[in-house]
Design a protein around this ligand. Structure first.
Ligand code: ADP
Ligand code: MG
Length: 250
């Protein structure tokens, strides 16, 4: 579903991604661990067309991110096509990013109407189904400020699902939450994993990673230090840097 090959990215003279290779198979959950500043968010953002890699290639479901192939050559995509492709990749942010002036229902129906051309009725029916799935259909008429952080993040997940994404990206989805609200959000993500949603999750929740990840990736200083099943990377890390990181977050 995702193929990342030799991806480099710099901001000025800061090398943030220094040769990333990563494959994510359909239906798999990849959890990315790593210290702050290691390039985790930048990697997710390049997959979602929010940053452009300087070198290397990324494909999502066979489509080159940022390029279209014609014959043997690659051409930059027009912005309209970038937007179209981005709408098929769900992105859930640390700080929810809900529209404050829209109700919960409107937050979930806005993009399907605007980007997928759904009718309001179709979008509302889907939104109610997705809100029920995240346990919030009774709050459809509420505004984001009337919800807890955990509820807001569950709305953000329903909103991402409303675009029928091929891939879901989560960037520290529980880092902004009070500890007692973390579980309800992780349970929703776990539920999606069990239903075969392909996702890449950046998180510091090691218990979640151990339980849900097919592959755990440890990043440091713009590189993947090691990757493999949780039983290896979390329970028997081979690299000293992975061990040092885990001893801090466990
Ligand atoms: P992580 O998510 O692992 O904490 P990031 O990918 O957010 O790491 O950031 C990696 C490094 O790149 C950090 O040093 C950060 O300050 C820098 N960085 C990220 N985005 C930008 C940007 N748009 N401009 C300049 N520097 C950036
Ligand atoms: Mg980050």
């Amino acid at each position: 579903m995702v193929e990342i090959r030799g991806v480099h990215k710099s901001f000025g003279n800061l090398d943030v991604l220094r040769g990333i290779d990563l494959s994510v198979r359909p239906g798999e959950v990849t959890v990315i661990l790593g210290p702050s500043g290691s390039g985790k968010s930048t990697l997710l953002r390049t997959v979602n067309h929010l940053e452009k890699a300087d070198r290397g290639s990324i494909t999502v479901d066979g489509d080159f991110v940022g390029y279209r192939r014609k014959g043997d050559r690659l051409y930059e995509l027009p912005e309209r096509e970038v937007l179209r492709r981005r709408t098929r990749i769900g992105f859930v942010f640390q700080n929810f990013h809900l529209f404050p002036h829209l109700t919960v229902l409107e937050n979930v129906t806005e993009a399907p109407v605007a980007a997928l051309g759904r009718t309001k009725q179709q979008a509302a029916a889907t939104a109610h189904r997705l809100l029920a799935r995240v346990g919030l259909d009774d709050r459809a008429a509420a505004y984001p400020r009337q919800l807890s952080g955990g509820q807001q993040q569950r709305v953000a997940i329903a909103r991402a699902l409303a675009l029928e994404p091929r891939l879901l990206l989560f960037d520290e989805p529980t880092s902004a939450l009070d500890p007692e609200l973390v579980g309800e959000v992780l349970d929703v993500i776990k539920d999606l994993a069990e239903q075969g949603t392909t996702m890449i999750v950046v998180t510091h929740e090691i218990g979640f990673a151990r339980e849900v990840a097919d592959t755990v990736v440890f990043m440091d200083e713009g590189r993947i230090v090691e990757q493999g099943p949780p039983a290896e990377v979390i329970d028997r890390p081979r690299h000293a840097r992975t061990r040092a990181f885990l001893s801090k977050v466990l």
